[in-house]
Design a protein around this ligand. Structure first.
Ligand code: ADP
Ligand code: F6P
Length: 330
C-alpha cells in the first residue's frame, strides 16, 4: 500500500465519444498508479457503467497490447441519468463502496461536468481531454485529434485522385461537432482550395455558396483539374451544396461525408505519447491531493486547471492560421 498519498485506489473511465489514444491514457494511468503502489479499478461504459457498478480490479494484463489500438478498451457511453443529482450522489457512494478514492475521467466537456459533479460529492477527480474535435478551450491538444486529422487527410488524398481524374469538384465533410479544427487542419494538409468552418460562418448559406461558386470558376479559369472543398460538420449540408454548386458551375460535384472512420484506427505517435504523459500527470495530481482538475497542454507544457475555470474559457480559431489557409488554397 502507498504510504505517501491519501489516495489508495484509482478508478478510471472513458466517457462521451471515443478517441484514438484513450487506450494509451488508460495504460499510463494504470501503470503510473501501480508504480506508486496504488490499486487500479477499471469502470466500463462511462458514468452509465459506474451507476451499474461495472467495476473491476485492473491487472497488468489488461494494459498489455492496447497502446496501438484505437477506441477504448473500457468502452464508452453517454448517460443522461448522470445529469441528475440523485445519480451523482449514488455514483459517489458506489465509488466509496468500491474503495475508489480518486477517479480519472477521459472525455470531452460534457464528461468534465460529470467529473465536477462527482468532485462536489467528495470524490477526488481529474479529467483528461479525450476528443477528436479539439474543441476544449483550456488546451491546445486533445487526445485523438492528431489521429483523426491524419485519417481524414489520407481519405481526402484518395478522393483527390478520383476528383482530378474526373476533373470534378469534391466537397468532403469532416467531423468536429461545432468546431472547425479538424476541417482547418485537413484543409491545409490536403491542399484544399476552400475550407469552410463554423467559426467563420455567419449563417448566410446563399452567400457562402456564392463565394464557393466564384472560387470554383476562378480555379477552373486558371486550369485547375480538381477543386477540393473541406466542409466542417458544424456547417453540414454537403449533399445539397454539391447539387446547387453543380447546377451553378456546370462542374460535376460530388459530396463525401467521412463519418466515423475519423474516430477509429491506430493512434499516431503524437496521440500515444501525449496521452501517456497526460495519464501519468493525472495520477500525480490525485496523489498530490488535487481534485476537480482537468489536464491540458499549453505553450509546450502539460498543465492543469480547475474544471470550473476550464469550462468557462472560450476558444476560437486563430485568425492568422485561418488567413494563411485561405491564401494557400488560392
Ligand atoms: P463529451 O464528454 O464528449 O463532451 P457528452 O457531452 O455527451 O460528451 O457528455 C458525456 C457524458 O457526460 C454525458 O452522457 C453525461 O453522462 C455526462 N455529463 C454531461 N453533462 C453533464 C452534466 N451537466 N452533469 C453531469 N454529467 C454530465
Ligand atoms: O465528439 C466527437 C464526435 O465524433 C463529433 O465530431 C461528432 O459530432 C459526434 O462525436 C458524433 O457523436 P455520436 O457518436 O453520438 O454520433
Amino acid at each position: 500500500m502507498n504510504k505517501n498519498s491519501a489516495i489508495q485506489t484509482v478508478g478510471i473511465l472513458t466517457s462521451g465519444g471515443d478517441a484514438p489514444g484513450m487506450n494509451a491514457a488508460i495504460r499510463a494511468v494504470a501503470r503510473t498508479a501501480w508504480a506508486k503502489g496504488l490499486n487500479v479499478k477499471g469502470i466500463y461504459r462511462g458514468y452509465s457503467g459506474l451507476l451499474k457498478q461495472e467495476i473491476f480490479d485492473m491487472d497488468k494484463s489488461f494494459t498489455c497490447d492496447i497502446i496501438s489500438r484505437g477506441g477504448t478498451v473500457l468502452y464508452t457511453a453517454r448517460c443522461e441519468e448522470f445529469k441528475e443529482l440523485e445519480a451523482q450522489e449514488r455514483a459517489a457512494q458506489i465509488c466509496r463502496d468500491n474503495g475508489i478514492d480518486g477517479l480519472i475521467v477521459i472525455g470531452g466537456d460534457g464528461s468534465f461536468r460529470g467529473a465536477q459533479k462527482l468532485a462536489a460529492q467528495g470524490i477526488n477527480t481529474v479529467a483528461l481531454p479525450g476528443t477528436i474535435d479539439l474543441d476544449i478551450a483550456c488546451t491546445e491538444y486533445t487526445i485523438g485529434f492528431d489521429t483523426a486529422v491524419n485519417t481524414a487527410m489520407q481519405a481526402i488524398d484518395k478522393i483527390r485522385d478520383s476528383s482530378t481524374s474526373h476533373e470534378r469538384c469534391s466537397i468532403i465533410e469532416v467531423m468536429g461537432r461545432n468546431a472547425g479544427y479538424i476541417a482547418l487542419w485537413c484543409g491545409i494538409a490536403s491542399g484544399a482550395e476552400d475550407i469552410i468552418i463554423p467559426e467563420r460562418f455567419d449563417g448566410n448559406r446563399p452567400k457562402l455558396e456564392g463565394k464557393l461558386i466564384d472560387s470554383i470558376m476562378e480555379k477552373k479559369a486558371i486550369g485547375k483539374k480538381h477543386h477540393l472543398i473541406i466542409n466542417a460538420e458544424g456547417i453540414g449540408h454537403s449533399y445539397g451544396m454539391a447539387k446547387r454548386i453543380e447546377q451553378a458551375t456546370h462542374v460535376e460535384t460530388r459530396a463525401s461525408i467521412l463519418g466515423y472512420m475519423q474516430r477509429g484506427g491506430s493512434p499516431t505517435a503524437k496521440d500515444r505519447v501525449y496521452a501517456s504523459y497526460m495519464g501519468a500527470l493525472a495520477v500525480d495530481l490525485l496523489c498530490a491531493g488535487a481534485t476537480n482538475r482537468v489536464v491540458g497542454y499549453r505553450n509546450g507544457q502539460y498543465i492543469d486547471y480547475d474544471i470550473e475555470d476550464a469550462l468557462g474559457m472560450a476558444k476560437d480559431v486563430d485568425e492568422y492560421e485561418f488567413e494563411i489557409a485561405q491564401i494557400l488554397g488560392r
